[in-house]
Ligand binder design. Structure first.
Ligand code: APR
Length: 251
Protein backbone atom coordinates (compact mmCIF):
# COMPACT_ATOMS: atom_id res chain seq x y z
CA UNK A 1 0.00 0.00 0.00
CA UNK A 2 1.49 3.41 -1.01
CA UNK A 3 2.22 5.44 2.11
CA UNK A 4 -0.48 8.03 2.52
CA UNK A 5 1.31 10.11 5.10
CA UNK A 6 3.95 11.61 2.86
CA UNK A 7 4.07 15.20 4.10
CA UNK A 8 6.50 16.42 1.40
CA UNK A 9 4.34 15.31 -1.48
CA UNK A 10 1.34 16.90 0.20
CA UNK A 11 3.22 20.19 0.54
CA UNK A 12 4.08 20.01 -3.19
CA UNK A 13 0.37 19.78 -3.96
CA UNK A 14 -0.57 22.55 -1.51
CA UNK A 15 2.02 24.87 -3.07
CA UNK A 16 -0.12 25.09 -6.19
CA UNK A 17 -3.51 24.83 -4.52
CA UNK A 18 -5.80 27.87 -4.78
CA UNK A 19 -9.16 26.41 -3.71
CA UNK A 20 -8.98 24.45 -0.46
CA UNK A 21 -11.86 23.15 1.63
CA UNK A 22 -11.73 21.62 5.09
CA UNK A 23 -14.41 19.41 6.62
CA UNK A 24 -14.21 18.93 10.38
CA UNK A 25 -15.91 16.70 12.91
CA UNK A 26 -15.95 16.21 16.67
CA UNK A 27 -12.36 14.94 16.66
CA UNK A 28 -10.94 18.43 16.11
CA UNK A 29 -12.42 19.53 19.43
CA UNK A 30 -11.31 16.39 21.30
CA UNK A 31 -7.98 17.97 22.32
CA UNK A 32 -9.95 20.92 23.71
CA UNK A 33 -11.77 18.51 26.01
CA UNK A 34 -15.08 18.31 24.14
CA UNK A 35 -16.26 14.67 23.98
CA UNK A 36 -16.71 13.11 20.53
CA UNK A 37 -19.81 11.07 19.70
CA UNK A 38 -18.56 7.64 18.74
CA UNK A 39 -15.09 7.66 20.31
CA UNK A 40 -14.17 5.66 23.45
CA UNK A 41 -15.92 8.07 25.89
CA UNK A 42 -18.17 9.32 23.10
CA UNK A 43 -21.57 10.80 23.96
CA UNK A 44 -23.43 8.05 22.13
CA UNK A 45 -21.68 5.47 24.32
CA UNK A 46 -23.31 7.01 27.38
CA UNK A 47 -26.54 8.51 26.03
CA UNK A 48 -29.13 7.25 23.56
CA UNK A 49 -29.31 9.60 20.57
CA UNK A 50 -32.94 8.63 20.03
CA UNK A 51 -33.79 9.97 23.54
CA UNK A 52 -31.98 13.27 23.16
CA UNK A 53 -31.25 14.27 19.56
CA UNK A 54 -34.45 13.65 17.56
CA UNK A 55 -37.61 15.76 17.03
CA UNK A 56 -39.66 12.93 18.58
CA UNK A 57 -37.53 12.95 21.73
CA UNK A 58 -38.02 16.72 21.99
CA UNK A 59 -41.79 16.56 21.54
CA UNK A 60 -42.00 13.75 24.13
CA UNK A 61 -39.72 15.30 26.74
CA UNK A 62 -38.40 18.83 26.03
CA UNK A 63 -37.27 19.12 29.67
CA UNK A 64 -34.90 16.12 29.35
CA UNK A 65 -33.54 17.26 25.98
CA UNK A 66 -32.90 20.77 27.28
CA UNK A 67 -31.26 19.47 30.45
CA UNK A 68 -28.83 17.56 28.21
CA UNK A 69 -28.10 20.55 25.97
CA UNK A 70 -27.66 22.76 29.03
CA UNK A 71 -25.13 20.26 30.37
CA UNK A 72 -23.29 20.22 27.01
CA UNK A 73 -23.26 24.06 26.85
CA UNK A 74 -21.85 24.12 30.38
CA UNK A 75 -19.15 21.68 29.30
CA UNK A 76 -18.25 23.53 26.10
CA UNK A 77 -18.35 27.13 27.41
CA UNK A 78 -15.12 26.66 29.39
CA UNK A 79 -13.24 25.05 26.49
CA UNK A 80 -10.67 26.86 24.36
CA UNK A 81 -9.76 26.25 20.71
CA UNK A 82 -6.65 24.07 20.29
CA UNK A 83 -3.76 24.40 17.85
CA UNK A 84 -5.78 22.51 15.21
CA UNK A 85 -8.56 25.11 15.28
CA UNK A 86 -5.97 27.91 15.21
CA UNK A 87 -4.16 26.56 12.13
CA UNK A 88 -7.48 26.36 10.28
CA UNK A 89 -8.26 29.97 11.20
CA UNK A 90 -4.83 30.99 9.86
CA UNK A 91 -5.30 29.08 6.58
CA UNK A 92 -8.33 31.25 5.85
CA UNK A 93 -5.83 33.99 5.01
CA UNK A 94 -3.12 31.69 3.60
CA UNK A 95 -4.98 30.07 0.70
CA UNK A 96 -6.59 32.28 -2.00
CA UNK A 97 -9.90 30.44 -1.53
CA UNK A 98 -10.35 28.57 1.74
CA UNK A 99 -13.64 27.41 3.22
CA UNK A 100 -14.44 25.55 6.42
CA UNK A 101 -17.37 23.16 6.59
CA UNK A 102 -17.99 21.80 10.08
CA UNK A 103 -20.28 19.20 11.59
CA UNK A 104 -19.50 20.66 15.02
CA UNK A 105 -21.98 22.79 16.93
CA UNK A 106 -19.49 23.92 19.65
CA UNK A 107 -18.49 27.26 18.06
CA UNK A 108 -14.77 26.65 18.76
CA UNK A 109 -13.79 27.38 15.14
CA UNK A 110 -15.28 30.86 15.41
CA UNK A 111 -13.63 31.29 18.83
CA UNK A 112 -10.30 30.52 17.10
CA UNK A 113 -10.98 33.28 14.56
CA UNK A 114 -12.46 31.40 11.60
CA UNK A 115 -14.89 33.64 9.72
CA UNK A 116 -15.98 31.64 6.68
CA UNK A 117 -17.65 28.75 8.50
CA UNK A 118 -20.49 26.59 7.14
CA UNK A 119 -22.14 24.87 10.12
CA UNK A 120 -23.86 21.78 8.71
CA UNK A 121 -25.46 20.74 12.01
CA UNK A 122 -26.24 24.14 13.54
CA UNK A 123 -24.79 25.81 16.61
CA UNK A 124 -25.34 25.03 20.31
CA UNK A 125 -25.19 28.78 21.17
CA UNK A 126 -28.23 29.50 19.02
CA UNK A 127 -31.85 28.76 19.98
CA UNK A 128 -34.96 28.82 17.81
CA UNK A 129 -38.64 29.56 18.46
CA UNK A 130 -40.72 26.48 17.65
CA UNK A 131 -43.63 28.78 16.69
CA UNK A 132 -42.07 31.69 14.77
CA UNK A 133 -38.82 29.95 13.70
CA UNK A 134 -36.81 33.00 14.78
CA UNK A 135 -33.20 32.20 15.71
CA UNK A 136 -31.43 34.02 18.55
CA UNK A 137 -27.98 33.75 20.18
CA UNK A 138 -27.92 32.70 23.82
CA UNK A 139 -24.79 32.06 25.87
CA UNK A 140 -26.44 31.66 29.29
CA UNK A 141 -24.79 28.78 31.18
CA UNK A 142 -26.76 27.51 32.88
CA UNK A 143 -29.93 28.49 31.07
CA UNK A 144 -32.16 30.70 33.24
CA UNK A 145 -35.23 28.57 32.51
CA UNK A 146 -35.53 24.94 31.34
CA UNK A 147 -37.19 24.51 28.93
CA UNK A 148 -36.63 28.10 27.72
CA UNK A 149 -39.57 30.07 26.24
CA UNK A 150 -39.63 32.56 23.37
CA UNK A 151 -39.34 36.14 24.70
CA UNK A 152 -41.64 37.31 21.86
CA UNK A 153 -44.47 34.77 21.79
CA UNK A 154 -43.88 32.57 24.83
CA UNK A 155 -43.67 29.38 22.73
CA UNK A 156 -41.12 26.63 23.46
CA UNK A 157 -37.60 27.31 22.22
CA UNK A 158 -35.45 24.53 20.82
CA UNK A 159 -31.67 24.23 20.22
CA UNK A 160 -30.80 25.53 16.71
CA UNK A 161 -29.10 22.25 15.82
CA UNK A 162 -29.91 19.52 13.28
CA UNK A 163 -31.28 16.39 14.93
CA UNK A 164 -31.27 12.88 13.50
CA UNK A 165 -34.03 12.57 10.92
CA UNK A 166 -34.05 16.32 10.21
CA UNK A 167 -32.83 17.90 7.01
CA UNK A 168 -29.97 20.35 6.94
CA UNK A 169 -30.44 24.00 6.06
CA UNK A 170 -30.64 23.93 2.25
CA UNK A 171 -28.43 27.00 1.62
CA UNK A 172 -25.67 25.63 3.89
CA UNK A 173 -25.88 22.21 2.24
CA UNK A 174 -25.91 23.69 -1.26
CA UNK A 175 -22.80 25.77 -0.50
CA UNK A 176 -21.03 22.80 1.08
CA UNK A 177 -21.53 20.60 -2.00
CA UNK A 178 -20.71 23.46 -4.38
CA UNK A 179 -17.44 24.28 -2.60
CA UNK A 180 -16.48 20.60 -2.34
CA UNK A 181 -17.16 20.01 -6.05
CA UNK A 182 -14.99 23.02 -6.95
CA UNK A 183 -11.97 22.60 -4.68
CA UNK A 184 -8.53 21.19 -5.49
CA UNK A 185 -7.82 19.83 -2.02
CA UNK A 186 -10.24 18.79 0.73
CA UNK A 187 -8.96 18.16 4.24
CA UNK A 188 -11.13 15.83 6.34
CA UNK A 189 -10.25 16.25 10.00
CA UNK A 190 -11.65 14.46 13.04
CA UNK A 191 -14.72 12.79 11.61
CA UNK A 192 -15.70 9.11 11.58
CA UNK A 193 -17.10 9.82 8.09
CA UNK A 194 -20.28 7.78 8.70
CA UNK A 195 -22.93 10.50 9.01
CA UNK A 196 -24.63 11.71 5.83
CA UNK A 197 -24.74 13.99 3.96
CA UNK A 198 -21.41 15.29 5.38
CA UNK A 199 -19.65 12.00 4.62
CA UNK A 200 -20.42 12.45 0.91
CA UNK A 201 -18.64 15.81 0.60
CA UNK A 202 -15.08 14.40 0.28
CA UNK A 203 -16.25 11.87 -2.33
CA UNK A 204 -17.96 14.67 -4.29
CA UNK A 205 -14.66 16.55 -4.21
CA UNK A 206 -12.69 13.48 -5.34
CA UNK A 207 -15.10 12.86 -8.21
CA UNK A 208 -14.31 16.41 -9.37
CA UNK A 209 -10.57 15.64 -9.26
CA UNK A 210 -9.67 17.00 -5.82
CA UNK A 211 -7.18 15.35 -3.45
CA UNK A 212 -8.54 14.05 -0.13
CA UNK A 213 -6.33 14.60 2.93
CA UNK A 214 -7.56 12.79 6.04
CA UNK A 215 -6.35 13.55 9.57
CA UNK A 216 -7.51 11.09 12.24
CA UNK A 217 -5.84 8.92 14.89
CA UNK A 218 -7.73 5.93 13.44
CA UNK A 219 -8.71 4.84 9.94
CA UNK A 220 -12.27 5.48 8.77
CA UNK A 221 -14.45 4.32 5.84
CA UNK A 222 -12.96 7.29 3.95
CA UNK A 223 -9.32 6.18 4.33
CA UNK A 224 -9.51 3.91 1.29
CA UNK A 225 -10.51 6.91 -0.87
CA UNK A 226 -8.03 9.34 0.65
CA UNK A 227 -4.87 10.39 -1.22
CA UNK A 228 -3.28 11.23 2.09
CA UNK A 229 -4.22 9.89 5.52
CA UNK A 230 -2.27 11.07 8.55
CA UNK A 231 -2.59 9.06 11.78
CA UNK A 232 -2.55 11.45 14.66
CA UNK A 233 -4.48 14.19 16.45
CA UNK A 234 -5.52 17.34 14.59
CA UNK A 235 -3.66 19.44 17.16
CA UNK A 236 -0.45 17.64 16.23
CA UNK A 237 -0.77 17.03 12.47
CA UNK A 238 -2.21 20.38 11.30
CA UNK A 239 0.58 22.46 12.94
CA UNK A 240 3.12 20.12 11.28
CA UNK A 241 1.62 20.78 7.84
CA UNK A 242 1.31 24.49 8.63
CA UNK A 243 4.95 24.74 9.66
CA UNK A 244 6.09 23.26 6.33
CA UNK A 245 3.73 25.56 4.44
CA UNK A 246 5.10 28.62 6.20
CA UNK A 247 8.64 27.51 5.38
CA UNK A 248 7.87 27.38 1.67
CA UNK A 249 5.93 30.65 1.73
CA UNK A 250 8.89 32.43 3.39
CA UNK A 251 11.31 31.10 0.71
N1 APR B 1 -7.84 14.67 16.18
C1 APR B 1 -8.46 14.23 15.05
N2 APR B 1 -9.44 13.27 15.06
C2 APR B 1 -9.76 12.72 16.24
C3 APR B 1 -9.13 13.12 17.45
C4 APR B 1 -8.14 14.14 17.38
N3 APR B 1 -7.49 14.56 18.46
N4 APR B 1 -9.67 12.38 18.48
C5 APR B 1 -10.60 11.57 17.91
N5 APR B 1 -10.65 11.76 16.57
C6 APR B 1 -11.50 11.10 15.57
C7 APR B 1 -12.03 9.74 15.95
O1 APR B 1 -11.11 8.74 15.61
C8 APR B 1 -13.31 9.66 15.13
O2 APR B 1 -13.04 9.09 13.85
O3 APR B 1 -12.65 11.92 15.42
C9 APR B 1 -13.73 11.11 14.95
C10 APR B 1 -14.98 11.53 15.70
O4 APR B 1 -16.05 10.82 15.16
P1 APR B 1 -17.53 11.01 15.75
O5 APR B 1 -17.49 10.95 17.21
O6 APR B 1 -18.38 10.03 15.01
O7 APR B 1 -17.91 12.50 15.36
P2 APR B 1 -18.38 13.08 13.95
O8 APR B 1 -17.79 12.35 12.82
O9 APR B 1 -18.15 14.54 13.99
O10 APR B 1 -19.96 12.80 14.01
C11 APR B 1 -20.75 13.28 12.97
O11 APR B 1 -22.75 12.64 14.13
O12 APR B 1 -23.60 12.41 16.19
C12 APR B 1 -23.70 13.15 15.04
O13 APR B 1 -24.37 15.39 14.70
C13 APR B 1 -23.38 14.61 15.29
O14 APR B 1 -21.96 16.10 13.99
C14 APR B 1 -22.06 14.81 14.55
C15 APR B 1 -22.10 13.73 13.49
Amino acid sequence: MENKDNLNSLIEILKGAERVVILTGAGISAESGVPTFRGQDGLWKTYRAEDLATPTAFSHNPQLVWEWYDWRRGLICSKEPNSGHKVIARWEKFFPSFHLITQNIDGLHQKAGSKKVFELHGNIWKIRCTEEDTVMENHDTPLREIPPKCPECGALLRPHVVWFGESLESSVLHNAFYLSANCQVIFVVGTSAVVQPAASLPLTAAEAGAKIVEVNPTSTPLTAYANFSFRGGAGEILPLIDEKLRLISSD
